[in-house]
Design a protein around this ligand. Sequence first.
Ligand code: PBG
Length: 323
Amino acid sequence: MITHRPRRNRKSEVIRNMIQENHVTVNDFIFPLFLIDGKNKTSEVASMPGIYRYSPDLILKEIEACMKLGIKAFDVFPSLADKYKDKRATESFNKKGLYLKTLTQIKKEFPEACIMTDVAMDPYSSDGHDGLVKNGEIVNDETLSILAKMAVAQAECGIDIIGPSDMMDGRVGVIREALDDHGFTNVSIMSYTAKYASAFYGPFRDALDSAPKFGDKKTYQMNPANSREALIEAQLDTQEGADFLMVKPALSYLDVIKDLSDNFDLPIVAYNVSGEYAMVKAAAAKGWIDGDRVRDEILLSMKRAGASVILTYFAKEWALKNK
Ligand code: PBG
């Protein structure tokens, strides 16, 4: 005699929907956008079909279109020509430069949108690293003042959330203090808490032409073999004043998302990165998987693991399909 029949709770769509534990909604998303110089210009990222780099005028149009679909949060990444790159990432504080000028414009036109920015040196660095390079080393403490200056410059544009993605030690605290000193006590910090040295960032580096000019990022980004180390990072970020804890990449690190959500009370964020998007698109284009269903399953897995926010290149297509 079978006394327990879990299948009874799966017998109809009504019951299945009734007992569904996790849901993805458009409110969960932050949509990453790539910014390029020029006018009336878009260029598709070859390794990310459906994802484009936009000139300032067209990024405004794209934000408007997404807002109509219910996407209200965006993370803007700049792609800069080599002539704007130097050792100390000075272009990152240039108020007349492409990035800061466009951010100001975006917030002016869409004050109700939630705009997030990236704090790291790599898009502006002639070395292509997230920190300052000295004698072939990525130096920690000297990088911090550059990151703090970058964060304040972005806050001055009216942005809502600062996203330090550099993995230098102590940066959340230094950025928090700099923001507060400049009166930006309401600007949030979404820390890239557990950011792994991952091959899944490949398409993103193509999009921004931001690959390191030498070596790799293993002295600052985490070893994919480790999970306990993520707890140390999360504890430090919490103490230093982070408002959100992010795990990146997401799909191969769902255990880390779960660990952080079990052990910390701050909202947990999953970054569904470029390579995760590219794999789905490539397999779907070959007809090997059902791309829409795989996308939905992947996003759901991040919610199930404990993420409340998801940065994803799928945001717009998801919103289009679910409108
Ligand atoms: C820059 C940064 C990276 C990503 C977000 N911010 C790349 C890197 O660290 O090399 C990756 C995002 C993605 O792959 O979608 N520090």
